[in-house]
Unconditional design. Structure first.
Length: 290
């Protein structure tokens, strides 16, 4: 199947998923909790994507869900709560979120080879599960990431539904963190793309931001969720729980995503062990010996 035809199928699946979620919000029973209505709609949409993944035997159908759904949920909360258009905190947060969503989704589209290609982690996870591979596909690859992202959106829900707290210094910090994280992600992706196109396979990237961190893209992604958490804290001072999503993202990156990437790099790139001894793992800082 061509890349164009593959993208069309993914787009159709997402359109159906969003329609199913929206239908639940409009026609389904009202739970009385705005966040719970949205969570159920989110999970129903995830099930549609899961069905498309199984139909095409490719769990990479889910990949763009991470960045497509958050702005839709955010605007739904904001519209349903009847918040004013003059809420500066909301618009600062949405500048970060929409820019992040466009960048991440656009990056996925630009690197999407077609439905003949699947993220290498998914077959590995399914193979390890043996007879439980369907369950792992549903829960581990689809449902758990949806719940992680939803947890990361709790502070966005707070900002969307809690108006009145005046704009303050923490909002400025949150915005700067978000824009800075976006810049780091963007630059890291551009540098890696250039490296892949100009270097032979088997070499390790240790230039630019990648000389300061072995995973600057994950560091930047964590910064986005941290930014959301700070906005939520500014909207509801003292509500420490709004940071739970950012903490979960950090634990996932450090405990799951990065270890998997590093094991793969060690298998495919003999010199990567030397890079590990010289370049910091996550938080960017000058490499050892510099």
């Amino acid at each position: 199947m061509s890349r164009g035809a593959s993208l069309c199928r993914v787009a159709v699946a997402y359109a159906v998923a969003i329609a199913v979620g929206f239908a639940w919000l409009v026609l389904g029973p009202n739970t009385g909790q705005l966040w719970l209505d949205a969570l159920i709609a989110d999970l129903l949409a995830t099930l549609v994507i899961f069905a498309a993944s199984r139909m095409h035997r490719n769990s990479s159908f889910y990949d763009a869900y991470w960045s497509v759904i958050p702005p839709l949920l955010a605007f739904y909360w904001w519209l349903d709560a009847g918040a004013g258009v003059d809420d500066a905190r909301w618009w600062l947060l949405m500048i970060v979120m929409v820019a992040w969503s466009i960048r991440l989704t656009g990056n996925w589209i630009s690197t999407f080879a077609g439905l003949h290609h699947e993220d290498w982690r998914y077959p590995l996870l399914r193979a390890r599960a043996g007879r439980l591979e369907v369950l792992v596909d549903l829960v581990g690859i689809h449902i758990v990431p949806t719940l992680q992202v939803f947890l990361g959106l709790i502070p966005v829900y707070v900002v969307a539904t809690r108006a009145g707290e005046p704009l303050g210094p923490l909002d400025v910090v949150a915005f700067v963190v978000g824009i800075g994280a976006l810049a780091i992600e963007t630059l890291a992706d551009l540098q890696m793309r250039r490296f892949v196109h100009t270097n032979a396979s088997g070499q390790s990237m240790d230039k630019g931001l990648w000389a300061w961190s072995r995973h600057p893209n994950y560091f930047g992604e964590f910064g986005i969720w941290l930014s959301f958490g700070l906005f939520g804290l500014a909207a509801n001072p003292g509500a420490w729980w709004v940071m739970a999503g950012a903490v979960v993202m950090l634990v996932t990156f450090l405990g799951v995503s990065i270890p998997m990437m590093e094991r793969r790099s060690l298998q495919r790139r003999p010199q990567y062990r030397e890079v590990m001894g010289r370049v910091p793992r996550f938080v960017p800082r000058p490499p050892r010996g510099h």
